[in-house]
Ligand binder design. Structure first.
Ligand code: HSE
Length: 397
């Protein structure tokens, strides 16, 4: 019998409890072991809840119970999630999480603690919701040279952009619906300002290049500034606008990571990724382009990814540990300056004239928009010296 403690009985924690109960027979058939959720830890009041006998407030009870071998950390936020995870690993318990904030901020410490204590720290659900992405990166892509990763990594903003662009909803209406559907973070600024996407692309970058950058050091733009004029121009150009997290190695050995809205052409597999779906395009030297697609947020899809990790741990529970993922904290000076990376830009400026040789998109209401050749932002800003830039959206090419 494998006994599990679920820490945090919110959206994903609740979904996990539901899935474990529903799939007990299947788990037994697949792993040869019975599972039981012994404790649910949450400081809130669940006195009327049907599972109230399992619900406790004190995490130390879990730590000191040798029967509990798997801890599912479903709290969210950095603290106490990190502290509880570290304590559980040090107590010889496997820890599974969907918490990208903790993985991005403290992953190297927790992975080392797992290794030191001969247990596993697994985080499949931290990136891409239901999409199996961490495991393929760990097991299948790890021997290849990754040229770049470009991903729609946030279900909330992709749902919002789709509902704003295709269904004519406002920003506030779309966000309210995404919250109602259980896609958004407790503080949805993490979604709409790109912070959540940034944590996820930093995790994928760490799995690709062995080092994790501080997400605060990565240039990050969200979707708040996308205007009707931007989307009208996108339609004219036959492209869509998506919030993209991108990582790649530069020629001088630095890592370029950026989060920003991007114009996606129809030739990209990311073009058709809509609603709450995420899409992750990994371009590899030997394997070529790989595309991962699936639901990026939501109670049951995300809990399903957590359960997949639990099942993996149970299958290996007698041999204790899975091959560990490991990374180090990177030195920020090895992060490439985003203004030095050549890109194609959609740009809008005040006035009715643009520098020669640029492809005009529209000229309305005292603003003129155009698309550049591949250039750096540094060069673009020099070229547009004296112009007031009202919109700048990069192409994902
Ligand atoms: N708020 C996140 C999203 C949840 O919308 O993608 C899944 O990480």
């Amino acid at each position: 019998m494998v006994k599990i403690a679920v820490i945090g009985f919110g959206n994903i924690g609740g979904g996990l409890v539901e899935l474990v109960e529903r799939n007990k027979q299947f788990i037994k058939k697949d792993t040869g072991k019975e599972v039981e959720i012994k404790y649910i830890v949450d400081i809130r009041d669940f006195s009327g809840h049907p599972l109230k006998k399992k619900i406790i407030k004190d995490f130390n009870i879990v730590l000191n119970d040798p029967e509990v071998s798997v801890v599912a950390e479903m709290i969210g936020g950095s603290h106490p999630a990190f502290d509880f995870s570290l304590a559980a690993l040090k107590a010889g318990k496997h820890v599974i999480t969907s918490n990208k904030e903790v993985v991005a901020n403290f992953g190297e410490i927790l992975l080392q603690a797992a290794d030191d204590n001969n247990v596993s720290y697994l985080f499949e659900a931290s990136v891409g919701g239901a999409i199996p992405i961490i495991r393929p990166m760990r097991e299948s892509v790890s021997s290849d040279n990754i040229i770049f990763i470009s991903g729609i990594l946030n279900g909330t903003t992709n749902y919002m952009l789709t509902s704003m662009l295709k269904n004519g909803k406002t920003f506030d209406q779309s966000l309210a619906k995404a919250r109602e559907l259980g896609y958004a973070e407790a503080n949805p600024s993490a979604d709409v300002d790109g912070i959540d996407t940034c944590r996820k692309i930093c995790i994928l970058s760490a799995l690709s290049y062995g080092k994790i950058y501080n997400s605060e050091s990565v240039y990050t733009e969200g979707i708040r500034n996308i205007s009707k004029r931007d989307t009208n121009d996108a339609e004219k150009l036959g492209v869509v606008i998506k919030l993209i997290g991108r990582t790649e190695k530069t020629e001088d050995g630095k890592v370029f990571i950026m989060v920003s809205p991007r114009m996606i052409t129809e030739s990209s597999p990311l073009f058709h990724v809509n609603d709450v779906f995420n899409g992750i395009l990994i371009s590899c030297e030997a394997l070529g382009d790989l595309m991962f697609y699936g639901k990026g947020a939501g109670r049951i899809p995300t809990a399903g990814a957590v359960l997949a990790d639990i099942i993996e741990v149970i299958k290996h529970i007698d041999t204790k540990q899975l091959p560990p993922s490991k990374w180090e904290r990177a030195d920020d000076s090895t992060l490439a300056d985003y203004k030095s990376i050549p890109m194609v830009f959609y740009c809008r400026v005040k006035g009715d004239k643009i520098p020669d040789g640029l492809k005009e998109v529209s000229d309305e209401d005292g603003e003129i928009s155009f698309v550049t050749e591949r250039t750096t932002q540094e060069q673009l800003e020099k070229m547009l010296n004296g112009y007031e830039i009202t919109s700048l959206i990069r192409f994902d090419v």
